[in-house]
Design a protein around this ligand. Structure first.
Ligand code: ZN
Length: 177
């Protein structure tokens, strides 16, 4: 059984900006381990701390090269365009094609406190942008065009993970009700 339950769309924790990590220690490494187990259990290619209810700026991912953790990530450069059918473990069962920059340059820290500088494109680059958005309280469906976003909200409204009495999430100008 996965150590965490993944927070789903409508949970306010997904809409808040996570705080910078101030100490890279054993506790943080344990958190990352538990996040990875949770991610593989789904399975997913990436998981950000707010998705397990922890308001810290880190995410874990594996796009085929093994598990990695990035602490206090920042995208310092991005260019190009790439269309990809994006989904999210917090909005299960749904995916929408979304165009984002293809190449990104990400900096941050690993769990030993070493500085990281990673140039990524396609799936890895997309993963970085998606997970970094989570740390800023942004869900990918907010980046869809208006028609796609309406379709996404309509589909979400019919999903079982949204309790009937949940408050309408505050997407600008839109409501689930
Ligand atoms: Zn996500």
């Amino acid at each position: 059984m996965a150590p965490f339950t993944i927070r789903k769309f409508g949970d306010p924790v997904l809409r808040q900006r996570a705080a910078e990590v101030t100490a890279i220690d054993g506790k943080l490494a344990k958190l990352a381990d538990d996040m990875l187990v949770t991610m593989y259990d789904e399975p997913g290619a990436g998981l950000a701390a707010p998705q397990v209810g922890v308001q810290k700026r880190l995410f874990v991912y594996d796009v085929g090269d093994g598990p990695r953790t990035i602490v206090n990530p920042q995208i310092v450069e991005s260019d190009g365009e790439w269309a990809y059918d994006e989904g999210c473990l917090s909005i299960p069962g749904l995916s929408f094609e979304l165009v984002r920059p293809n190449h990104v340059h990400l900096v941050g820290y690993d769990l030993d406190g070493n500085e990281l500088s990673i140039e990524a494109s396609e799936l890895e680059g997309r993963c970085f942008q998606h997970e970094l958005d989570h740390l800023d309280g942004i869900l990918y469906i907010e980046r869809l065009d208006e028609d796609q976003r309406k379709a996404a909200l309509k589909a979400i409204r019919q999903m079982t993970f949204v309790p009937a009495d949940a408050p309408a999430p505050g997407l600008p100008g839109l409501s689930l009700r």
